[in-house]
Design a protein around this ligand. Structure first.
Ligand SMILES: [Zn+2]
Length: 78
């Protein structure tokens, strides 16, 4: 298992996600983001706006994902 925080994954808090693969951790972060969005949590709304402007460029988005994937791969197994 490896862990990353919401903030490390482009979010806005220190909630920790644990998963075996980057895909799983990205999924957990997405779910958490949706929950926070539904609660109308302002810091997460701001973080999401930032991500959305990043997503307008597929290359930029891909580069961001690859960056995070490398960060995840470099983590120590827990
Ligand atoms: Zn969060």
């Amino acid at each position: 298992m490896k862990s990353m925080t919401c903030r490390q994954l482009g979010g806005a808090c220190d909630e920790v996600f644990r998963a075996e693969t980057f895909e799983q951790i990205a999924e957990l972060s997405k779910k958490h983001g949706m929950e926070m969005f539904q609660k109308g949590d302002q810091p997460h709304l701001d973080a999401m706006n930032k991500m959305q402007s990043l997503m307008r460029s597929p290359e930029q988005m891909q580069a961001w994902i690859e960056d995070k994937r490398k960060e995840f791969e470099a983590l120590e197994e827990e």
